[in-house]
Design a protein around this ligand. Sequence first.
Ligand code: PLP
Length: 388
Amino acid sequence: MTARAYLDWNATAPVHPAAKAAVVAALELVGNPSSIHGEGRAARAMIEGARAEVAALVGVEAENVVFTSGATEAANAIFRAGLSGCCGKDIAGALRPMVGATEHAAVIAAAGPEAAVIPVDAEGIVDRDALRAMLVAGGPALVAIQLANNETGVVPHIRSMAEIVHEVGGALVVDAVQGPCKLFYPLAYELGDADAVFLSAHKFGGPKGVGALCFRDSRTKLAEAFVRGGGQERGQRGGTENLPGIAGMGAAARFAREFETDFITIEPMAQLREEFENRLNQLAGDVVILSKGAPRLANTTCFAIPGLEAAKALIAFDLDGVAVSSGSACSSGKVKRSHALAAMGVPDWVQAGAIRVSIGPTTIWAELQRCLSSLERQLARRSKASAA
Ligand code: PLP
C-alpha cells in the first residue's frame, strides 16, 4: 500500500528531481544576474538557459519570454498593462477584454468586470459561433481562452479559436497552465498562433511562485511595465529575477518537452485514467463523468455520483490517505461551487458533487486503486444510510 495517494496534479504537481537540482544549483550561485562580473554572468547564463527551455516548450523565440511570479501575475500583466505591437499593429489600450466562461478565476479577475463573457457548450468548449459573432458585433478584442480546463480537463482546440480571433480582429491570450505533460500533442502545436501564452511552473514539476508570459511575435510587449523597476525582463517586469524559481522552471520545461516528444510516456497515463473511469462505471453505474465526450487532457477525471457530496467526500478521501479535489479548489481551503461547471449548465447535484482526480507521469495504479477502495467504502455507507 502506498503511503498516500496524491491525485491532485492539476492543483500542483510534485517537484521534478531535475527541477529540484536546478533550484539547489541556483541557490549556490552568488551573483546578481544584472551584475557584469563573472558571478553575475553565471547567474544570467542560468536565467537565459531556462528562458530557452521555456521558449522551446511553448514554440516561441527565447527573447519573447518574460518570467513572472506565476500565471496569475501573467494574466494581470496582460489585462492590466495591455499589449503593444501585437498582430503587426499597435493595439495598446484599444482592445476590449473578452474571456471564455470557464476561464480560471485568476483570468476572469484579471480581465475585470467589464470583460465580455463568451459562452461554452455543455462539454465546456467555447462556442465558436458566439466568439465570432461577439467579435464581429463589438470589434477587435483581447480574448482569453484556456488551452485546457483545470476542472474537467477539456481541451477546446485553441488553434481554431486563434484563427477566428485573427480573422475577425484582435489578439488571443492563452492560459496554457494545464497543458504541459498532459496533452496528447505537443504544447507548441496545440497553441497554434496564439499571440500570448502563459504558464505556471508548479503545474508541471517546477517550483511554486514562478511562471512565464510568452509572446508569439518579438514586436509584442506589455504596453507598459507591469512591475516597474530596474528594467529587468526587457523592461516589462522589474525586480531582481527569482533565479532559483526560474532555474527550476527551466528544468521542468525541459522535462515537459522531453515528455511530449516521447509518446510512450503519455500513453500509460491515459491508460491509467481510462481504467480508472471504467472501474468508476462498475462501482457506480449512475456516475457522471464531465466532458467525457470531448477532447480532454490525458490525466483528468471530474465525476459526480448521486448522493455523494464533494465537501464530505473530500474529507473521507483524505482520511483514507487520498488527496483529490472538488471541481474547484478554493484559496480559502473551502469547497465552493464552480463557475465553470455552472457555465456548462451542469445540474446542481453534479456541481455539488463534482470530484476531480488528476494524475501525473509518476502516478501508479495502486494510488488509483486506493482512491477506488475509499470510494467503494463511501458508497457502501451511502447505501446503508439510505436503507436506514
Ligand atoms: N490558470 C489555470 C488553468 C490554473 O489551473 C491555475 C492554477 O490553479 C492558474 C491559472 C493560476 O496559477 P497560479 O496560481 O500558479 O498563478
